[in-house]
Design a protein around this ligand. Sequence first.
Ligand code: NAG
Ligand code: NAG
Ligand code: NAG
Length: 244
Amino acid sequence: MLGLKSLPLLAFLLVTVCAQKKNIRYMPFGDSITEIVCWRGLVWTNLQTDGYTNVSFVGSGTNQNPAGCPTRTYDKHNEGHSGFLAIDIANKKQLVGWLQANPADVITMHLGTNDIVQKSDKTADILTAFTTLVGVMRASNPVMKIIVAQIIPCTVGSYTSQINALNAAIPAWAAGLNTTESPIWVVDQNTGMSSTDLRDGVHPNTSGDQKMAAKWYPALINALKIIEASATTTLSKKEIGFIS
Ligand SMILES: *[C@@H]1O[C@H](CO)[C@@H](O)[C@H](O)[C@H]1NC(C)=O
Ligand SMILES: *[C@@H]1O[C@H](CO)[C@@H](O)[C@H](O)[C@H]1NC(C)=O
Ligand SMILES: *[C@@H]1O[C@H](CO)[C@@H](O)[C@H](O)[C@H]1NC(C)=O
């Protein structure tokens, strides 16, 4: 028969089991370059191949791939919103509700293209919006792991200098907001991406999707490993708590 003294141990075991079963939640966040693209499917496939079947993609969107995507069956949840500006998402506080509905442990953000193309927003104003968005992420989850893109080129129109200016400013901006518990990693999605990687001058085609997935993937794996390491630390702290 189980004595009362066994109850704390049982409680600990239940906590452990529940914690292990909880999937890591990844939110792909951005505009159409996150929503109507094929790279999310490629990232998901890479995760399955590497045994990361415990990662759930989260977000309100479940859009199908555009025609011709190599991967059809994957976790399509994402928070990519075609045509959206970083400045609007920040000012309208839209990410607040999105993260309330779908909390995340790790997030990738590719934003700024629409700010530049639609409104010619200045680098400083886009970065102010990014700062607001990082604040929203951390208010939702104080240990949010944040991966921010230096954005891909746009080869229609004449936006290269503005995109380059934003991309050049992103590393120092990110370093200024970096914390140990909620790190920001910058991923250069611009270098190596050319007009032949874009189906319409804006969105990646097959080769562009492969390049984007290959850039996101190591940063995502790095974040997943850090999330797992901190989960283990938290559990051993709980265990010590029960013993003392
Ligand atoms: C998730 O899967 C990876 C890869 O198989 C593994 O290393 C990790 O321990 C798993 N994490 C959890 C919390 O189950
Ligand atoms: C933020 O800190 C992490 C370590 O916690 C580091 O890997 C990363 O490069 C830093 N990010 C920036 C933009 O400096
Ligand atoms: C990508 O699109 C560009 C421009 O439409 C085209 O030149 C290139 O062949 C395409 N590449 C692939 C792999 O689809």
